[in-house]
Ligand binder design. Structure first.
Ligand code: WTA
Length: 672
């Protein structure tokens, strides 16, 4: 399966097919297309029986379930409901007394390069001890605990400790602002917050505890009784008497033994806030049984995990990828994993490749944005090129979070995967809990930029507005037509919004609408080799995807107009960006005269910082332009399509006869 060099360098046409690596196929957990099809056949023959078998084989149940799927209150589906288990026991206790017990669970590499290793047995002791510390502060089953932590072993320990006692964690990404954190603490009515004094990223010490203090002081956080503070650095931080406690104090005298609390399979394991097209971020609620089974099983299927693998998912625990493929999946699979505190560009942009060599990483999972920025860096400086590191330990490489463009795919395939490792381009979402559509290393011929085929049992389709399946080759909306075990259960505090957002009445209220556009290949370009393959074309709603981070246009607009002394109106759209996938473009009308020149630049900078403070630095608009008004229809609706064209720098072809003041289009077209 060699690549013709001439075709790689030329403009990419996406009709090349890379058959699976024969050596991988022979040993794969799902080996060959026939094995994949056999699983599909099983799923189609008896859907509940298929999932029941997998749930029995992949999880340790303290009480076996007797009912598999309950659809009586659709779309509030229940899986394995009368069964009982504990997630932490399935990740840790399960391995005790087996060869995994003394195996390294986590290789932690700190920002400064210091490496520490923790075995499964040690991890169990640390999780148990912290679980006891939580209990000592009154945290109990069903309570919500917000985790605002850096990428550390302690972050994983905190999540596992919550799971151990049946508390529901809600991790908030350490890059979110005090305001975003506040919103989430209030919505979840958290009884405790687990944080660190500082986080270390790229050689810089960034405050976390100070942001927690600011969030709690905003008010409405009376539910929070305890703030646990991990001393990541020697720098001291403010501690509030009676409320705050350091990890060292909390752990002192606590036993390293803590029996896991069995919970129903439907007991919420966590809430994770994510952006939708309207309103505030929604608290996506996941179950214990279905979710955990899928994060473990997709390790076996997608990553073809073997006992000797060293797995590395570069995501942050603040995102769903870090939940499923750092905290739960790898540990449930009993594999050794790398947890990395820092950033890919520090001390230089060769860090990822050097770490793969150093730790003999065999399965590597990252995001297209990271790949694109490392391509750029290695073009500027040959010293950070992957060729400078020994990457021969790699077997499988993966991609997640946004569509991977064929150029980046080819570079990744050649320079990181050595033309020997399949790229598993995994399409999924916070709501789906785990992988949904992706190639399998021992099964699927690859096509650059295509996430290929759904996993066995995952009933995806592309439909039009009426819910009818569109012909292959035509675009439409991606849906999942049957419930699956790891799916979102509801939106915390807002079941109505859950129904409306994901199970629209137009489709009968039972079909899951992903919010992404997709097209299935008709196979024409590949002589049938990729017939039926899915390609994701991006969101069909007002959700932005910047560097794989999900944000709502509304959220950014609300943040802008919250600057009440300055901003009268704002509209936000996305435009394609070579590096970040999408970039945020804001169109702003001020309460004063439209600024130009230096004044405009100054105000734009002020607004960017304001948005960073309101939401987090990831939400800073890349482009900001000012006009006397926003382009609106007679009925006052903002003409977003026009704004999208302007953002892309395209000529306006739409009918603008209804526009009151066409001049404003020129005003907005002026880039700062
Ligand atoms: C996008 C991240 C194309 C998509 C796991 C989805 C992708 C949103 C891919 C979910 C992929 C994720 N190809 N697009 N392989 N993976 N997306 O909730 O738009 O942070 O709806 O979950 O990311 O983002 P979320």
């Amino acid at each position: 399966m060699s690549v013709q060099p001439s075709t790689v360098e030329s403009v990419l046409i996406e009709n090349r097919v890379f058959p699976p690596n024969e050596a991988l196929v022979r040993q794969a957990n799902i080996s060959g297309m026939a094995a994949y099809q056999a699983l599909w056949k099983e799923a189609k023959n008896d859907y509940p029986a298929f999932w029941a078998r997998l749930a029995r084989e992949n999880l340790v149940w303290t009480k076996p379930f007797t009912r598999t799927l309950d659809e009586s209150n659709a779309p509030f589906f229940k899986w394995f409901e009368d069964g009982e288990l504990n997630a932490s026991a399935n990740c840790l206790d399960k391995h005790m007394g087996t060869p995994v017990e003394n195996k390294t669970a986590i290789i932690f590499e700190a920002d400064d390069g210091a490496v520490t290793k923790v075995t499964y047995k040690e991890l169990l002791a640390r999780v148990s001890q912290f679980a006891n510390a939580l209990k000592a502060r009154g945290v109990k089953k069903g309570d919500r605990v917000v985790i605002y932590m850096p990428m550390t072993v302690e972050g994983v320990v905190a999540m596992q400790a919550c799971a151990r006692i049946g508390a529901i964690h809600s991790v908030v990404f350490g890059g979110f602002s005090a305001k975003s954190l506040h919103e989430r603490i209030v919505d979840a009515a958290a009884v405790a917050v687990i944080t660190a004094n500082y986080q270390l990223r790229g050689g810089k010490e960034l405050p976390l505890k100070a942001i927690v203090d600011e969030a709690i002081e905003t008010g409405g956080c009376e539910s929070v009784k305890t703030v646990f503070v991990y001393q990541r650095t020697a720098t001291t931080c403010n501690m509030v008497g009676g409320r705050d406690i350091t990890f060292a104090e909390a752990l002192a005298g606590q036993s390293t033994d803590c029996p896991p609390v069995p919970v129903s399979a439907e007991h919420p394991l966590f809430i994770l806030y994510t952006s939708g097209s309207t309103g505030k971020p929604k608290g996506v609620q996941h179950s214990t049984g279905g979710y955990l089974m899928w994060s473990k099983l997709t390790m076996d299927w997608t990553f073809d995990i073997k006992p000797d693998d060293v797995f590395w998912c570069t995501a942050d625990i603040g995102w769903v990828t870090g939940h499923s493929y750092i905290t739960y999946g790898p540990l449930a699979a009993g594999v050794t994993e790398i947890v990395f505190e820092g950033v890919p560009t520090y001390p230089d942009a060769g860090r990822f490749w050097q770490m793969i060599e150093r730790h003999k990483c065999s399965v590597f999972y990252t995001a297209p944005t990271a790949i694109r920025s490392l391509i750029k860096a290695s073009e500027a400086d040959a010293k950070v090129h992957p060729a400078r590191s020994d990457l021969s330990s790699l077997r499988i490489i993966g991609s997640v979070g946004e569509p991977i463009n064929p150029e980046a795919w080819m570079w990744y395939y050649r320079n990181v995967g050595g033309e020997r490792c399949p790229i598993v381009d995994t399409w999924w979402q916070t709501e789906t809990g785990g992988h949904m559509i992706n190639p399998l290393p021992g099964v699927t011929p690859l096509v650059p930029g295509s996430c290929t085929l759904p996993l066995p049992g995952i009933m995806t389709e592309v439909v039009d507005e009426t819910g009818q399946t569109v012909p292959q080759g035509a675009g439409g909306m991606l849906v999942v037509t049957k419930p699956w075990p790891s799916m979102i259960r509801t939106i915390w505090n807002d079941p109505e919004r859950y129904k409306k957002a994901y199970f629209p009445e137009e489709f009968g209220g039972k079909i899951y609408l992903a919010g992404d556009g997709a097209v299935r290949s008709n196979g024409e370009a590949t002589k049938g080799a990729d017939r039926g393959y899915f390609r994701i074309t991006g969101r069909i709603d007002d959700v932005l995807n910047v560097s794989g981070h999900r944000l709502g246009t509304m959220e950014v607009e609300s943040a802008l107009v919250a600057k009440t002394d300055l901003v009268a109106e704002a509209a936000v759209v996305a435009r394609p960006d070579d590096l970040t996938g999408e970039a945020i473009c804001a169109f702003v009308v001020l309460k004063r005269a439209r600024p130009t020149g230096d004044e405009a630049t100054k105000i734009a900078a002020e607004l960017r910082n304001w948005v960073a403070k309101e939401i987090g630095p990831i939400a800073k608009p890349k482009d900001i332009s000012f006009g006397d008004n926003l382009p609106k229809t007679r009925s006052g609706k903002i003409m977003r399509r026009l704004l999208r064209s302007i953002a892309k720098g395209e000529a306006i072809t739409q009918d603008i006869s209804t526009l009151e003041n066409p001049q404003i289009l020129e005003q907005f077209a002026q880039k700062l």
